[in-house]
Every structure is written in C-alpha cells, then in structure tokens.
Design a protein around this ligand. Structure first.
Ligand code: FAD
Ligand code: NAP
Length: 321
C-alpha cells in the first residue's frame, strides 16, 4: 500500500535553491520536507572547483552540496530520497506523487527542480550517447585518458569542461558557433593559454561519426556557419555543453511559463501563478543561473511561503470562530 505524508512546506529539489529554502523554512518552524530527486545536490555535483561561492575562494562543487544538505538537515528539514513524478497543483492541499509510490500532500510548495543539460538533437548524438557522447566531463573525462576530445559550446560550462578535460586528453578542441565566447573573461584567459586546447570558431556539428562494432565515436563532422564548408575533426569523446533547459515538465500545464519553459514568478518575488506555489533557482531564472542567485531565490521562496502559510492559517482560525 502506498504511504501518504502531509507537510506544511514541500520543497522539490536539492540544489542550492532547495537546500537554502530548507534552511530558512526549518528556521521558520515550518518543518519542511525536501524531496531530493534523481540528482541529490543538483548541478554543482557534476563540477569540480567552484570559485565564486562567497566565503570560499575555492570549494569543490560536490563538497559544497554535502555541506548544504547537512545544514538543511541540522536545522530540522526532513530530507527524502525520492523523485516526484506527478504534481497536482489544482487541489488543496497540493498533491505530489513520488517514484517510490509515496503521496506527499502540502499546504505550500517550493519548486526548485533546476535545469537539465540541452542536447543538439542530432540522430548520431543519440546513437553514440554513453559511447563517446557525453554532457558531463566530470563524470566521463577519465575515460578519455590519452585520447582526443571535442567540446561544443561557448559558455562557462563549455570552457570549464574543456579545461577539465585537459587533465586526461592529449588534445581538446572547443567548437563554437560564433567568433567570440560568452564565458567569463577569467575562464577565457585560462582557455586561450592552455596549449592542449584549440578553438574552432564559427562552426556547428552536423554529425557525430563512429564505429558500430564496438560502438564508439571516431570524430565529428563540422560545418562552417557562413560558407557551409565541411570538415572532420577526429576524436574519441564528444562533449555537448550548449546550456541548460529548465526542468519544468511537472508543472508545464499548470503554471504560467515564460522564455521557453521557465516558471514565471511575480517580479521581485518567488510567487508563481498559483498562490501557495513558489519557484526558486534555475527553474525560474533564464538570466543569472548561478549557485548564489539560486540560493538567494531559495531564501526568498521560504520567506514568501512563510507569509503565505501565516495568512492561510489566520484565515482558517477566523473561519473556525
Ligand atoms: P539544480 O542545481 O539544477 O538542482 C535541481 C534539483 O532538483 C536536483 O537536486 C534534482 O535532483 C532535483 N529535481 C529535479 N526534478 C525533480 C523531481 N521531479 N523531483 C524531485 N527533485 C527533482 N554556478 C556557479 O555559481 N558557479 C559555478 O562554478 C558553477 N559551475 C557549474 C558547472 C557546471 C558543469 C554546471 C552544469 C553548472 C554550474 N553552475 C555554477 C550553475 C549552478 O550549478 C546552477 O545555477 C545551480 O546549481 C542551480 O541551482 P538550483 O537549486 O536551481 O537547481
Ligand atoms: P550558456 O551560458 O547558455 O551557454 C551555452 C553556449 O552554447 C553558448 O555559447 C551558445 O552559443 C552555445 N549553444 C547553444 N545552443 C547551441 C547549439 N544548438 N549549437 C551550438 N552551440 C550552441 O550555458 P552554460 O555555459 O551551460 O551556462 C549556464 C549557466 O550556468 C550560466 O548562467 C553560467 O554562468 C552558469 N555557470 C557558471 C559557471 C561559473 O560560474 N564558473 C560555470 C558553469 C556554468 P551562443 O553564445 O552563440 O549563444
């Protein structure tokens, strides 16, 4: 038989936004319950050095997230290993169903499901997924010791992935569709100074090339964006780092969205289009998408939820009189 749990505040997601909402929610005596999802700790668990978390000149992403989890737990948050597969925001209390079969009902919900890596959408990318094609250098870089790899993208992730891969690969080629990067200047400087990295400008991948038996990548066919000229770069690993899309699948037919799937919130708040549902972090932010801004929004969401629950409870008391 499936278990049913009720909480005043349900937090969905365990990245910086979720854990910060949990710290504030617990300190407001809301006894929050946080569901971690399939990636406990969120996106920072797949990176190495984080150099822009205030207070730490350098901290390893996974270590920071372990500390955030411990902090949230210590303050009194119940942390549950489960993934929400269905969320009904049209009934009160709100109702979330976990992969485990547990049904969570809640008076208020903080959505902090973050973002997921985007893919190019090439059939050959799909074919070699896990067999040379990856979106996580930290997870898979080790497999390319002494080999050549290609990274696609021009943002912070692509540059960090390229730099990290130089620890293993003999050569890293970064391919970008324009002639300038959007990554932070300090990262660009490190990239251009690294003798193992070559940048190919103004090109997009059109096909991942490889062998069928054993299944594996041997190269990538690129096309020049202006001339259409094609060229092949040999590689054993093909890393896609072209950004992230908001993980708003659970609520896409229930909440107002904007900018291609980000959860809309009232400006200056974390209030979504349904009272009692709050959104924080990369799921709602198409501009900044940083650990510290996600944490900031997590704080705002817990404070917004606290005000909402206080008003709700005051209303109930009045009705009871
Ligand atoms: P996320 O970290 O994306 O976490 C989302 C959480 O939601 C996860 O725990 C997941 O399990 C959970 N979840 C998703 N769906 C469900 C569901 N259905 N049920 C339950 N739980 C669910 N930012 C920086 O400031 N500095 C950096 O150095 C930096 N480096 C980065 C390096 C890489 C490789 C990447 C990919 C990102 C980096 N970022 C960095 C960006 C930063 O990681 C994100 O901005 C931040 O993690 C967003 O936090 P979040 O809490 O919104 O979501
Ligand atoms: P991003 O900043 O959105 O960059 C995505 C890159 O991929 C862009 O250069 C984009 O090109 C390119 N791209 C997008 N679609 C493409 C396609 N179909 N084909 C080829 N190229 C494509 O994403 P991100 O680098 O993953 O960063 C996401 C957020 O996390 C950012 O806010 C970033 O600051 C943050 N982050 C921070 C750090 C850090 O602080 N050290 C590290 C990693 C990530 P264009 O430039 O032409 O658009």
């Amino acid at each position: 038989m499936s278990e049913s749990r009720h909480t005043r505040l349900l937090i969905i997601g365990s990245g910086p936004a979720g854990y910060t909402a949990a710290v504030y929610g617990a300190r407001a005596m809301l006894q929050p319950l946080l569901v971690q999802g399939m990636q406990p700790g969120g996106q920072l668990t797949i990176t190495t050095e984080v150099e822009n978390w205030p207070g730490d000149t350098m901290v390893m992403g996974p270590d920071l997230m372990v500390r955030m989890e411990a902090h949230a737990r210590e303050m009194g948050t119940e942390i549950v290993t489960d993934t929400i597969t269905r969320l009904d925001l049209h009934q009160r209390p709100f109702r979330a169903t976990g992969d485990s079969g547990t049904v969570y009902t809640a008076d208020a919900v903080v959505l902090a499901t973050g973002a997921q890596a985007k893919w190019l959408g090439l059939p050959s990318e799909q074919k070699f997924m896990g067999f040379g094609v990856s979106a996580c250098a930290t997870c898979d870089g080790f497999f390319y010791r002494g080999r050549e790899v290609v990274v696609i993208g021009g943002g912070n992730t692509a540059v960090e992935e390229a730099l990290f891969l130089t620890n293993f690969a003999t050569k890293v080629t970064l391919v970008h569709r324009r002639d300038s990067l959007r990554a932070e200047k300090i990262l660009q400087q490190r990239l251009f100074r690294n003798p193992k990295i070559q940048v190919v400008w103004d090109h997009v991948p059109v096909e991942v090339l490889g062998d069928a038996d054993p299944l594996g990548v041997t190269g990538v066919k690129l096309r020049h964006v202006a001339t259409g000229a094609e060229r092949v770069i040999p590689c054993a690993g093909f890393f896609v780092a072209i950004g992230h899309a908001p993980a708003s699948e659970l609520v896409k037919d229930q909440l107002k969205l904007h900018n291609g799937g980000y959860v809309w919130v009232e400006p200056g708040s974390t209030r979504t289009s349904i009272p009692g549902v709050f959104a924080a972090g990369d799921i709602t932010d198409h501009v900044y998408r940083q650990a510290v801004t996600s944490a900031g929004m997590g704080c705002m969401a817990a404070l917004d939820a606290e005000h909402y629950l206080a008003a709700l409870e005051a209303e109930k008391e009045l009705d009871a009189v």
